[in-house]
Design a protein around this ligand. Structure first.
Ligand SMILES: CC/C=C\C/C=C\CCCC/C=C/C(=O)SCCNC(=O)CCNC(=O)[C@H](O)C(C)(C)COP(=O)(O)OP(=O)(O)OC[C@H]1O[C@@H](n2cnc3c(N)ncnc32)[C@H](O)[C@@H]1OP(=O)(O)O
Length: 243
């Protein structure tokens, strides 16, 4: 699955919906057993959630957007398919969450390709299920420091803290993902799927039990004047980089 939403693969409502539909199609076709998730945007895996969806819109839109973000995470996190990410670019926040929801992560060795949950740098907060997904991957202490400081880890550090499983030269990222896949596909499917569910269901269940409350929290939080201002300032900084 090659993500293509130029220029930065930001996860707009339309793009989230496309990803969700593609994933559902693959999952319902018995011929498919695995997905390699990668990007078609040079140097960028994903810039994360689309800030334009969270800025200057009305509460109904925020609720619809957040429901789609939840849906995509639940679907990826609990997918019965083997999902491996071949991370071939910088990967921030919501994009990093997608990669963390995969079964295995290969990252291209380029110091520009940092990844992490950098929400605090924007003046916003990673929700509990983003946090839980990171804790499940790198452990509590590393997650606490990474989340508070909004750290984006370059490849060597991402590997060292366990945020990715392998770092390879840029031109080998897809072939490394394919080689890894062979090992996962050699395991009897039902045993691997049930084990994945055993490991992940408690984390997913927490959101499933509190989905509506989580949407309401998001809408309340994102609608605050101070948060809207912080997001506008951040977007402005991104645009000013060019001048
Ligand atoms: C109580 C709590 C309850 C609930 C929680 C509440 C709320 C918070 C939850 C929210 C969780 C949020 C998750 C997120 O994912 S937020 C997004 C974080 N992403 C980032 O910080 C990345 C920002 N982007 C960049 O750093 C760079 O763009 C990047 C990816 C390094 C690429 O750099 P470059 O190639 O130089 O490209 P540009 O910066 O020039 O960008 C091109 C173009 O794209 C626009 N853009 C970039 N990122 C985004 C984005 N995430 N959304 C929308 N648009 C984006 C950028 O502004 C440029 O636009 P232009 O019009 O100038 O061409």
């Amino acid at each position: 699955m090659k993500m293509r939403n130029p220029p930065v693969n930001s996860l707009s409502l339309e793009f989230l919906t496309e990803l969700l539909i593609s994933l559902e199609k693959l999952e319902s076709d018995k011929a498919f057993h695995a997905i390699i998730l990668t990007s078609d945007c040079p140097g960028i895996f994903s810039a994360g959630l689309d800030l334009m969806e969270m800025c200057g819109r009305d509460p109904t839109h925020y609720a619809e957007y957040w429901k789609a973000v939840q849906e995509l995470w639940l679907r990826f996190y609990l997918s019965h398919l083997v999902v491996i990410s071949a991370i071939n670019g910088v990967n921030a926040a919501g994009g990093c969450l997608l990669a963390l929801s995969c079964d295995y992560r290969v990252l291209a060795d380029n110091p520009k390709y940092a990844m992490g949950l950098n929400e605090t740098l924007l003046g916003i907060i990673a929700p509990f299920w983003f946090k839980d997904t990171l804790v499940n991957t790198v452990g509590h202490r590393t997650a606490e420091r990474a989340l508070q400081l909004g750290l984006l880890f370059p490849p060597a550090e991402a590997l060292q803290v366990g945020m990715v499983d392998k770092v390879v030269p840029e031109d080998q990222v897809l072939s490394a993902a394919r080689s890894e896949l062979a090992q996962w596909l050699a395991i009897p499917g039902h045993a691997r799927q049930l084990t994945k569910s055993l490991m992940r269901k408690p984390t997913a269940d927490r959101l499933l039990k509190e989905r509506d409350a989580d949407i309401q929290n998001f809408v309340r939080f994102i609608s605050r004047d101070a948060i809207q201002k912080a997001l506008r300032v951040y977007l402005e900084k991104l645009k000013q980089k060019k001048t």
